[in-house]
Design a protein. Structure first.
Length: 525
């Protein structure tokens, strides 16, 4: 009897222990937001994704962030009032759950309630929106994106969850201005002030991931934001390993040292990984590259010289010879999938004899020497060497000035070059046309590195931004492109494709039209 009592007691105790354990597991896995993503994250609490980061990190302050690799970090830390659907590029709600306008001039945004800042900075409110935009406009911030907000006449926060913005002129593209990109990414005043001089490397946002640590020589580590308004991300930690050499990153992926390569852009590496069965995540024809002509240079100030340089190089042939998977020659400042694109603008098909004739007319029968500033991380590629050879055939000697990435960013922002390259990822056509062609945006202080100023184009550009009628706006944009491609302050070179190869068990890598990946949607099977 005594033995039976002990057996019964042991059974009861085991039952209670099992019940308690089940109760504890249910409590710890219950998502705080009640959504499927949160539940998945809690069940797979310690997933880590290792990603190749291909250059020196240059900082993650949205007001000054530059280059796509840094923008990928910022895109996952911060949020905007709106954001982009990764697959389609369509504008969708983010920190603003809805908005209203009747004339494209007065915009009222209804903000989400309960959105939490990373780092214990409390709840996001309308005051954060006003602070961010005012900070970006302030000349002391020295943001190259300040001009994107220059159309704002006034801003007010009627309450904690609404923002009213009145523009100087109607802008049908304003939802792009407030999107999760550059000037639209919302920051926290207290976090900015606490960071002080280290603001570039102490970002605090409301996005799905927060910065845990950064070593500019080795890695950047992001951890998921457990209070993200959509629920915790499936992957707990993102480790961005700085691997500048692409062949090294290819080997690292093959050896399992990393799971995902941010931007693979060499044909031989793509071929190697594709044949080995890795997943070749990609987006095609997402952005054009341009050659910027500094029009304050006495040689490049002559439009005949700029046109001659365009006729002198066969970019289609270079792309086919060097990067057939990654590039194709292009002849437009806008992508053909963008609203307002036109194929009526002048095109400069390869014609070396015409190039020579224009150089003679411009007073350079024996050509001239031209310098181009590039980042040392990219170096002098096969593509650049072929372009150099084409130019030599018409008498132009192209020399390269290689600088580190932070210097390169400053040189381009300041307009301190003869020629330089520029990739133009964008979804909003107005962002490209207005930022690069309007005289108010001349560098330093804006993205118009050519320092281009054509009053006729400017008038049409301003009219297009203000036009409420979509068809009339499109026609004006077409006229702007015709003028721009005639004056040629920027020479289109290549249309680009982007590849992010990964292990086959990495799921949900969707590269958007800004060459960014929303890691909230990425998981490891």
């Amino acid at each position: 009897m005594h033995s039976k009592k002990w057996h019964l007691l042991i059974i009861v105790m085991l039952f209670l222990l099992v019940s308690a354990a089940c109760s504890t597991n249910e409590s710890s896995t219950a998502p705080s937001t009640g959504n499927a993503t949160g539940a998945a994250a809690a069940k797979n609490d310690h997933k880590t994704l290792k990603i190749r980061f291909y250059d020196d990190p240059a900082g993650f302050d949205p007001a000054t962030v530059f280059r796509i690799e840094n923008e990928n970090i910022v895109f996952n830390i911060f949020s905007g009032l709106t954001t982009y659907d990764s697959a389609t590029g369509a504008i969708i709600p983010d920190l603003a759950e809805s908005w209203q306008t009747s004339d494209n001039k007065t915009w009222t945004f209804k903000l989400r309630k309960g959105v939490q800042w990373q780092g214990g900075y409390g709840e996001f409110t309308s005051k954060d929106v006003l602070y961010t935009y005012n900070r970006n406009i302030d000349k002391k911030t020295a943001s190259p994106y300040a001009t994107d907000l220059a159309n704002i006449e006034s801003m007010e926060a009627p309450d904690d969850y609404s923002v009213k913005v009145v523009l100087k002129q109607p802008d049908g593209n304003f939802l792009h201005v407030v999107a999760n990109y550059h000037q639209g990414q919302i920051v926290k005043k207290e976090a900015i002030e606490a960071a002080g001089a280290q603001v570039k490397f102490k970002p605090v946002g409301t996005g799905p991931y927060a910065l845990e640590s950064v070593d500019v020589n080795s890695e950047i580590v992001l951890v998921r934001h457990p209070q993200y308004y959509k629920g915790p991300a499936p992957i707990e930690k993102l480790i961005f390993s700085i691997i500048k050499d692409e062949a090294t990153s290819t080997i690292a992926l093959q050896n399992g040292e990393i799971d995902l390569i941010m931007r693979a852009n060499k044909e031989e590496n793509l071929d190697t990984l594709s044949k080995a069965g890795f997943k070749m995540n990609n987006v095609k024809n997402y952005a054009n590259s341009l050659r910027i002509f500094n029009m304050t240079n006495p040689i490049l100030a002559d439009v005949r010289v700029r046109q001659a340089l365009a006729y002198a190089v066969d970019f289609n042939a270079i792309a086919k010879a060097v990067n057939p998977q990654l590039q194709a020659g292009t002849s437009s400042i806008l992508m053909d999938w963008m609203d307002g694109y036109t194929d009526k603008a002048p095109k400069y098909e390869y014609n070396p004899e015409k190039a020579k004739k224009l150089l003679v007319e411009a007073g350079y029968p024996n050509g001239f020497k031209m310098t181009q500033t590039n980042t040392s991380a990219t170096g002098i590629t096969d593509t650049l060497q072929l372009e150099q050879e084409y130019l030599k055939k018409v008498g132009v000697t192209l020399e390269f000035v290689l600088v580190d990435t932070p210097t390169y960013n400053k040189v381009r922002n300041d307009g301190d070059f003869m020629t330089a390259g520029r990739l133009l990822p964008a979804v909003n056509p107005d962002m490209i046309l207005f930022s690069y062609l309007h005289p108010n945006n001349k560098s330093p202080g804006g993205l118009n590195g050519a320092r281009y100023d054509n009053p006729v184009l400017t008038e049409k550009l301003e009219a297009a931004r203000a036009e409420v009628d979509k068809d009339k706006r499109k026609k004006l944009y077409e006229e702007v492109q015709v003028i721009a491609m005639t004056d040629l302050p920027y020479m289109p070179t290549f249309g680009s494709n982007v590849f992010w190869p990964s292990k086959t068990n990495v799921d949900g890598v969707v590269i958007n039209k800004l060459a960014q990946v929303d890691f909230y949607g990425v998981d490891i099977k």
